[in-house]
Design a protein around this ligand. Sequence first.
Ligand code: NDP
Length: 283
Amino acid sequence: MYNLIDGKLVSAYIKDTVKEKTAELKAAGKEITLAVIIVGDDPASRVYVNNKKKACEYVGFRSLEYALPAETTEDELISLIEKLNNDSSVNGILCQLPVPAHINDEKVIDAISPEKDVDGFSKINVGKLWVGDYDLAACTPMGVMELLRYYNIEISGKNCVIIGRSNIVGKPMAALLLEENGTVTVCHSRTKNLAEVTSKADILVAAVGRAGFVTADMVKEGAVVIDVGINRNASGKLCGDVDFEKVKEKVSYITPVPGGCGPMTIALLMKNTLIAAEKQSNK
Ligand code: NDP
């Protein structure tokens, strides 16, 4: 019998903890501000930005939105980031990705002051994560760690297999699991005999971006399966990377999609913004 990992429940718990702390800071005269930049009019990005604003409202942060036209130049975008870096009333800055093709996203990310980089994507924060001395790491893998912690799932000494090596999910996920003493394997499109590798996993994290990619034969009996994927199946329904109906019969814990990792990402963005604000006020 499998256990469902409830991302809605855990994300609500995290947001409520952030909300309480934010109210305490407000009572002491400190307001927390997150600045969100969106360039162009990508509909999915618009949905994400609106959800981030709603979450800010919920936890009691002030949110600033900078909606820039698609023609914005890289220099203009970086000047705005520098202005926000120098504004002491702004605690967190994020630029919604993807940015239009004429803008170098790496340059943009690295222009954000590491203390305000609440997405944890800048090279400084990635480096800090890999040496195990970090405050701000990528929200989606941090969300996975919170889920594992909430359900008391042991990581130390376990075989942890991640499918996907992106900078925003797979790689930081590997660093975080390694930090908790997992034995970590990262798979990608060149991995040979993928099913052989994944079927040894005690904890399997799928971050591929392909509906139904992880099938029951790829999963060990009793494994913990975390599905980061957000896809649409042939009938347009939201689904993850895991063939949930078949895989759930073999596992001890599994995340659903929707309602698993998705809500955790925004909750961790709120938590990161609070951490950034606390760090800045302790300087
Ligand atoms: P990317 O496209 O950046 O990375 C996908 C990874 O999957 C790559 O490393 C790729 O390998 C690997 N891959 C592709 N095909 C195969 C294959 N046949 N066998 C093994 N590995 C393969 O995606 P992201 O990391 O950005 O996102 C992954 C999924 O997670 C997406 O569905 C995305 O929507 C979702 N997502 C969800 C979030 C949330 O909040 N829950 C947040 C971010 C992402 P290679 O490197 O060799 O190309």
